[in-house]
Design a protein around this ligand. Structure first.
Ligand code: ADP
Ligand code: ZN
Length: 732
């Protein structure tokens, strides 16, 4: 009989321990094995081999089989350990996130790759055709303007613009399917501008000394080209690169651009990929150097020979996973991943996160600036429009001011394009009865229902509940009126004002299949005005775009969160950067009811210190000067929740020898506030309370965090309340 070998196995469950099994065949760490646990079968991952169980050996079960799957690598396992211990979750939860069980699909990967390649080529040809068509249209528009112009000076200006368009048309008609997709084997090369070259040299220098580099470059400075240059060098040395972006849906443009440079050495990976695709990517990674473009879930691929990790738009909140566990921060995990592999890290942003600025201050990161736009023309001009003052002067037409309407008209007349941002999807964020004033709420959440006109429904944006819109108040039978305007209503208003423009809408109600078509239509100039939510503020690079405007900008402000204003500035800056990227002067319009709010300071031309927000955080001892852990408690019974939330707060305070306080005390080793009601205190029939713990950043930090976890585990067990407490480390 074979000797029994005891092993511990990570199961895709929320277990705070790893169960033991025994194997009679040779197994190694990382292998995938099938086991039985609590009457069910799971595929787990061997964590340790040759362990000596403390439990009764006779009760340990054998493994059922060794799976014919590639083993999990040592690098992956080390990353899992880091994530579990830093974010106070279980290894099983990390395993589940790294290897999600997705729908099984037939293996047709080779075929798929071929089809994708052909589709790309076709698209490139079509794109060139559309681009030329657009240029011809623009040329015609300029001719009209030239003929109308009275001043000789103006006429000459249009004449020059027409000549430039002719040159571009000439170039395009001569080129092959360039520049968007290279013919096989042919790749696009770029030369860095002097400013980019200086930045790159500086980055190289810091990377040599193994520092994490923060590339702080204004929008349009060409950070992408710098990343590309760095990535190419890695590939030449036979090393792979991980290139992270916050959201891949909108990075299609970036993918095309990178593909033109990297050809088949580019792989993409984002969350929601099929298992077959994950296997394809994993297999490719084991063979040769690649650049993987992906969202945070790409961190959990079996990376090999990793030389560089790039985190683009590192400040972006979508790097943080908020639910379910592991609630990890993709940016910080990327730094960890790189260090596990002895690779380098470059973070990039026009508006860096406070965390990264802090790390630069303490010398952990090095900051490299890129202050010049690649194309001349500088930043877009800004016009702040005070909607209250305008309304008094009858200067508002629905959601748009007359001034903005005039700018839109001018832009369209010049053959150029417009993006309008409104931070709320739906037709109206809420409806109200004109007779009794009632505002219909979600029966399961503490939030008003929004009105989706095209679907004819009222929808809850938190739990998805929806009901038909009848137009009459359920309480008194009066008529329901839309209150405020969401993207759908703006789209309707704009389409009425500019019927010939071609208006598109992009928000999370846009079916994924339509997103790509819409982006294409806009980049080919068939759609001239795009209305959308925050989704339109990121990543886009449209040649014809010269006017961007944000409506009701104040919805970005005034949330009771110390990060709201910083986020507002980041979003506004990001959005401004979308326009006038090809040397044309752009215009950024902000419609606001609070034009003197500090968030708009830098857009008013004042120049607040870049460290303004960091200073504020330092004064109040907010992160990153301290560490924050938020406990999210949920229960269907509000009474039980209130009772147990208070009991848990007390349990923690007693253990740490502190008292709950109203305000966090950053000088204390540990301080605790709550339980309190968050802004949204009921979602999907579950009531919610938060407890906020502030920890000093000292040598006891990780010990204190562990203690919190232990205390919560005991509490849950004692009160038979398990599964009701979620721990969010470094919440956003
Ligand atoms: P950022 O990411 O910093 O906002 P991008 O990388 O998108 O800026 O660059 C802005 C524009 O300038 C893009 O259209 C890009 O193609 C162009 N560009 C930047 N650097 C170069 C370069 N070295 N050669 C050619 N085009 C460049
Ligand atoms: Zn709801």
């Amino acid at each position: 009989m074979d000797a029994k070998q005891f092993i511990s196995v990570i199961l895709p469950l929320r277990l705070s321990w790893t169960p033991y099994y025994y194997a009679t065949v040779p197994v190694e760490r990382g292998m995938r094995v099938r086991v039985r646990f609590s009457g069910k079968e799971y595929v787990g991952v061997v964590r340790e081999v040759g362990v000596r169980p403390e439990t009764d050996v006779a009760r340990i079960l054998p493994i059922l089989s060794v799976e014919a799957l590639s083993p999990v690598t040592e690098g992956e396992l080390r990353l899992w350990d880091f994530v579990a211990s830093y974010y106070l979750c279980t290894l099983g939860e990390v395993y589940k996130a790294a290897y999600p069980v997705l729908r099984i699909e037939k293996e047709e990967s080779a075929l798929r790759t071929q089809q994708r390649r052909e589709a790309r080529l076709e698209e490139a040809l079509r794109k060139r055709e559309a681009k030329m068509e657009r240029l011809r249209e623009r040329r015609a528009a300029k001719e009209v303007l030239r003929d109308k112009a009275r001043k000789a000076e103006k006429r000459a200006e249009y004449e020059a613009a027409i000549a430039a368009i002719d040159a571009e048309l000439e170039r395009l008609s001569q080129a092959a399917a360039e520049p968007d997709a290279p013919a096989a084997g042919k790749r696009l090369e770029t030369r860095l501008s002097p400013a980019q070259q200086i930045a790159k040299n500086e980055i190289d220098k810091y990377l040599l000394s193994k520092k994490v580099v923060l590339l702080n470059g204004i929008t349009g400075s060409g950070k992408t080209e710098v990343y590309l240059a760095l990535a190419r060098e890695q590939l030449q040395q036979g090393k792979s690169v991980l290139y992270l972006v916050p959201e891949i849906a909108l990075s299609r443009q970036l993918e095309d651009r990178l593909r033109a440079h990297l050809g088949e050495t580019l792989l993409t990976f984002h969350s929601g990929e099929t298992e077959a695709h994950r296997r394809d990517v994993a297999q490719a990674l084991s063979k040769g150097p690649y650049v993987v473009l992906g969202t945070r879930s790409a961190l959990f691929l079996p990376h090999r020979n990793l030389g560089l990790v790039i985190v683009d738009e590192e400040h972006d909140a979508s790097y943080k996973q908020d639910s379910p566990a592991p609630r990890y921060q993709g940016r910080d995990t990327a730094v960890m991943l790189a260090s596990i592999h002895g690779a380098r890290t470059v973070l990039g942003s026009a508006t860096p996160s406070m965390e990264s600025l802090y790390n630069c201050r303490t010398g952990l990161f090095a900051q490299v600036f890129l202050r010049e736009r690649y194309y001349e023309g500088g930043e877009a001009d800004v016009e702040i429009i005070d909607t209250i003052a305008e309304r008094r002067k009858r200067g508002m037409v629905g959601s748009l001011s007359r001034r903005l309407i005039a700018h839109i008209r001018e832009t369209l007349d010049a053959g150029e394009q417009v993006i309008l941002l409104r931070g709320r999807r739906s037709y109206a964020p809420m409806v109200q009865c004109e007779a009794c004033g009632d505002i219909p709420h979600c029966p399961h959440c503490n939030v008003a229902l929004s009105y989706h006109k095209s679907a004819g429904r009222m929808v809850c944006h938190y739990c998805g509940f929806s009901a038909p819109f009848t137009g009459t108040c359920g309480k008194c039978g009066g008529a329901l009126q839309p209150l405020g305007a969401g993207t759908q209503r703006i789209e309707e208003e704009v389409a009425a004002l500019f019927p010939e423009a071609g208006v598109g809408r992009l928000d999370s109600d846009t079916p994924p299949a339509q997103v790509a078509a819409l982006i294409r239509s806009f980049s080919e100039g068939r759609t001239r005005i795009l209305v959308g939510t925050q989704m339109v503020s990121k990543g886009f690079d449209f040649e014809g775009l010269t006017l961007v405007a944000i409506l009701a900008a104040d919805t970005l402000l005034g949330q009771q969160d110390f990060r709201a204003d910083e986020r507002a500035v980041q979003l506004l800056e990001q959005f401004r950067g979308r326009c006038g990227r090809r040397g044309k002067k752009g215009l950024f319009v902000i419609q606001t009811a609070r034009p003197s709010h500090p968030v708009y300071a830098r857009f008013r031309g004042e120049d607040p210190s870049p460290d303004q927000f960091l200073e504020e955080r330092s004064q109040f001892g907010y992160p990153p000067f301290s560490r924050l852990v938020t406990l999210i408690l949920k229960d269907t019974s509000e009474a039980r929740l209130d009772h147990l939330a208070s009991a848990l707060a007390l349990h923690l305070c007693t253990a740490f020898g502190i008292r709950p306080s109203l305000l966090a005390d950053p000088s204390a080793r540990v301080s605790l506030t709550g339980p309190y009601k968050p802004a949204m205190d009921r979602v999907a029939d579950r009531h919610i309370r938060h407890i906020r713990i502030v920890l000093k950043r000292d040598k006891n930090l990780s010990h204190n965090k562990e203690q919190i976890l232990t205390l919560i585990n005991t509490f849950e067990r004692e009160k038979a309340w398990s599964g009701h407490v979620a721990i969010d480390v470094d919440p956003l």
